[in-house]
Design a protein around this ligand. Sequence first.
Ligand code: DX5
Ligand code: ZN
Length: 221
Amino acid sequence: AAEDLIAPSILSADFARLGEEVDNVLAAGADIVHFDVMDNHYVPNLTIGPLICEALRKHGVTAPIDVHLMVKPVDRIIPDFAQAGASYITFHPEASEHIDRTLQLIKAEGCKAGLVFNPATSLDYLKYELDKVDMVLLMSVNPGFGGQSFIPSALDKLREVRAMIDASGRDIRLEIDGGVKVDNIAEIKAAGADTFVSGSGIFGKGQDSDPHRYDGIIGQM
Ligand code: DX5
Ligand code: ZN
């Protein structure tokens, strides 16, 4: 089985001090940076784009950056994120007209590619694209905001995707996103996830001077 990775969602970071916040979670033991891109169209919120990704690279972040695109359409922005230093680019199949083409575009741009499934989205698309994805991201909340509660049906979905990945024999990350906290991460791992996004479970829990302010999930894994 693949090594477990902790992916702090910078959506919950202090954007006025983003470089420092990312340095701190990586120093605390986080593995990859989860980067939530929202467009006020596919989801009802507006966040960050390629310029911020590039700024993190210029700041000196060398960890993988895991770009979660909650935008529609998706294709036009992909080369910009590749240029900006994205490592993984994942998108929601319902936001792309031609899913297979979008996956190919991400790979042609030199990034790892993944599909994202909302809580009620069927896994049918995955069945046909398992040979092309490097990551499957299962949403355990409806996308758009941090700080929501984990939707329990995501556990069954994790087990289903874990079985598909294992049967494929391919090296595919299984990432979970939404409501991941210290008290449910063990159960989520047991259901098959190997990459754990957490925003409100990691950021913003203490004063800057508190050396344990990023503990919890990072300390657990
Ligand atoms: C939701 C985002 C998540 C979110 C996770 O649309 O994709 O990454 O920020 O935040 P928490 O861990 O607070 O649920
Ligand atoms: Zn996300």
